[in-house]
Ligand binder design. Sequence first.
Ligand SMILES: [Zn+2]
Length: 413
Amino acid sequence: MTTVLDRFLRYVRYDTQSNEASTTYPSTATQLVLLGDLAAELRALGLADAAVDEFGYVTATIPATTNRPGVPTIGFIAHVDTSPEMPGAGVAPIVHRAYDGRDLVLPDDPTAILRLADNPALAAHIGHDIVTASGTTLLGADDKAGVAEIVTAAAYLVAHPEIAHGPVRLAFTPDEEVGRGTEHFDVARFGALCAYTLDGGSRGEIEIESFSADAMTVTFHGFNTHPGYAKGRMVNAIKIAAAFIDRLPRDSWSPETTDGHDGFVHPYVIQASVERTAVRLLVRDFSTTGLKDKEAELDRLARSAAADYPGSRVEIAVEESYRNMKAVLDRHPEIAEHAREAIRRAGLEPRTHAIRGGTDGCRLSFMGLPTPNLFAGEHNFHSRLEWVAVQDMEKAVEVIVHLCRIWEEKALG
Ligand SMILES: [Zn+2]
């Protein structure tokens, strides 16, 4: 039988990098090659309805094997695209067998070295098999580990019809890394009570809490004129923006000074000219009221900066990015409880932690499909030093199979 590692090594060779600047859906046509091949692979496994829709989403159903009525449909979801921040073409995966704590030097760039000292998570993998890229690209374990785990679990369930489970829906999606993974996801047609994304880190982890996130654009309008004859007339929007950024908190509310459950404001792009300077900021907090407090403070600081420059004005726009999925998942505690039970049955200790970011599951949860995130074994996301342990991928496959059983056992039939 094809192993999860075989599949993983095959999928990472596809270039599926997504592109933020693209206006098409999916953002890159190359993603459709893997999506099409996944649909064909699922059909070959016996999932007759496996298909790619007009947007590139692959869905398929593992038919129920249980005789009990009332067993709900559950889903498993992973994304095929890789981060635009790091090359994703020409990935040459390397399996480092029986890791013993040594430095893993990646051959295509000898400065790319995966060291135990810099990666404490590696300590749990002595004796395991570690997969990396070759030094010049990302690996794509984010999220092809999740894809390989779901397909392998599906193959296992198809080969073991004696395992009682309800209907199981699968979806593979494009464009998660550019924040558009759920743009055309048809929750009603997917038809599941809940789903699990397999797109997380270390073994045993389950993520049921995420940031609530907005994006803010603060645009300062000045007045430009010939600098030789500007006295008393020029208003430099670049200087107003600098005054605004200088007012931002330094010891708190910053990505570089917060962790755990503290949120932040984060200027990350500036488009600058004398006439007009726009500052883009990320705003993050675990609560929506905390998010609104941060936005009110940014608004106040921007206006106070502009007030020091007569003749200027400021425009502020806020766009919602995503919301903390906990608000939805708290209303359906069995979704996380069953996942913890599945992790225990796989011989692992379940560990719940808050994501200092978002996942497709945040948006899906608010679209009517409650979707926590489970570990897939990914480490060093979006990096040349990305790695995954084969034994973690095998555990994730077990967790998926256990989850299907548990939802059947616990159903009120
Ligand atoms: Zn991911």
